[in-house]
Design a protein around this ligand. Structure first.
Ligand code: CMC
Length: 392
């Protein structure tokens, strides 16, 4: 009692009041704490944006230094956690590794289970999470390649350090390319928050039971993994590769996506909230053009993506349903250009989204939100009597 309708998929249910991210889907506006995404993507730095999302304002010089230092000094993961990597199969998907390793962090730092939150403890957990997730992610890739792991280097900033842990070889000096660092920085900023999306809502719901921040974030990673959400970035590239292998016929793929008898969807197209354009997709398209040019990368998938977009945007099916390229449509092209392997794309999304998840979890706890517990409209059988097995 007390409610009259259900809203499957929460299409029009406001689950909370939030001061973190503003989004206007009709006008294609996205702002973190009031700052337009376009300005942050071109002028800010990922850890600065992380601070902004989590603490509400852009940091001053000292605040940023202390935040960055706090993260840098926690990039190592416990040596015993390294052993866990030995247990995964060789082809383990890095999202599965990331989710379980973040969950495992909670066993190494049990203080985070305190249901009474102490600001110092929370701040420490936040720094540990941001720092260690990057190491965990890079090591999951090294492990999948059979390469020795690379320890983090504290002299490097967040993005450069991540690239170092991913790609450096013990036998050679690894040269950091500033174009690549900048592209990675932009991508992570664009992913950093997106109000009450599926994974963020998952983090808030899991955290509302006062499970630890590690547990809540691990749930968020799992929710992000699906192809309708963050997993779409991997699926986009797989789809483009498929089109290429089949001879480059983009129209065929568009027709398949329109066919209601197939459950196939055009990956990287459509969005629950954006009904005009996704401002992140616009930025990524521009940045990927620049980066591919600067790096001298000639990716045949870019051409396929561009003509696929053109065909879809001129097709009444997509026009009528207001389906536009979303953030995932071009992000894969950019990740490829900077050397990130396809299987790692969703992990990159998770690293980017982490500050947003943390900010949303913190807001939920700081506001003392009650445990999330939706109701339902029951549509099952009315009361019936138990029938013993021999009589069924
Ligand atoms: N290809 C073909 N048809 C589509 C697509 C698509 N990509 N997206 C939506 N539609 C159709 C859908 O079949 C429905 O048609 P009809 O009204 O005839 O039944 C109509 O458009 C409305 O779709 P919906 O499923 O009700 O919309 P939704 O808000 O529930 O879903 C979405 C949003 C993003 C899950 C969906 O557009 C989709 O599956 N897109 C492809 C996957 C993708 O790119 N996901 C990444 C989203 S952005 C980043 C992120 O969230 O992580």
């Amino acid at each position: 009692t007390g409610f009259i309708t259900s809203d499957t998929g929460y299409k029009s249910t406001g689950a909370t009041r939030s001061a973190i991210t503003f989004l206007n889907g009709e006008k294609g506006i996205l702002r973190y704490r009031g700052y337009p995404i376009e300005q942050l993507a071109s002028q800010s730095d990922f850890l600065e944006v992380a601070y902004l999302l989590i603490y509400g304002d852009l940091p001053g010089k000292e605040e940023l230094e202390s935040f960055t230092h706090g993260i840098t000094r926690h990039t190592l993961i416990h040596e015993d956690m390294k052993k866990l990597y030995e247990g995964y199969p060789e082809k383990a998907h890095p999202m599965g590794v990331l989710a379980s390793m973040i969950s495992a962090l909670s066993t190494f730092y049990p203080d985070a289970h305190n249901t009474q939150l102490h600001p110092e403890q929370v701040n420490l957990t936040i720094r540990r999470l941001i720092a260690k997730s990057a190491t965990i992610a890079a090591w999951s890739y090294r492990k999948s390649q059979g390469f020795p792991i690379m320890y983090p280097q504290n002299r490097l900033d967040y993005c450069a350090n991540f690239l170092h842990m991913m790609f450096a070889l013990p036998t050679e000096e690894y040269e950091i390319n500033p174009t690549v660092v900048k592209a990675l920085n932009t991508l992570l900023i664009l992913h950093a928050d997106h109000e009450q999306n599926c994974s963020t809502s998952t983090v808030r719901i899991a955290g509302s039971s006062h499970a630890s921040l590690y547990a809540a974030i691990s749930s968020g990673v799992c929710a992000l993994w699906g192809p309708l959400h963050g997993g779409a970035n991997q699926k986009v590239i797989e789809m483009l590769e498929h089109i290429r292998r089949e001879g480059g016929d983009v129209k065929k793929m568009v027709e398949k996506a329109k066919d209601k008898d197939s459950d196939f969807r055009l990956m990287g197209f459509g969005h629950r909230v954006y009904k005009n354009f996704d401002p992140r997709a616009k930025i990524i398209k521009k940045v990927s053009d620049e980066v591919l040019n600067e790096l001298g990368v000639d990716d045949p998938l870019l051409e396929i993506a561009t003509s696929l977009e053109e065909v879809a945007l001129n097709d009444s099916y997509f026009v009528d349903r207001k389906l536009y390229p979303n953030v995932d449509f071009y992000s894969g092209i950019l990740y490829r250009a900077i050397g990130i392997p396809t299987e790692m794309f969703t992990v990159m999304f998770a690293l980017g989204r982490l500050p947003g998840w943390i900010a949303q979890w913190k807001e939920m706890r700081d506001n003392n939100e009650p445990i999330s517990r939706p109701r339902q409209i029951y549509v099952g059988p009315t009361e019936r009597d138990y029938v013993p097995l021999e009589k069924r």
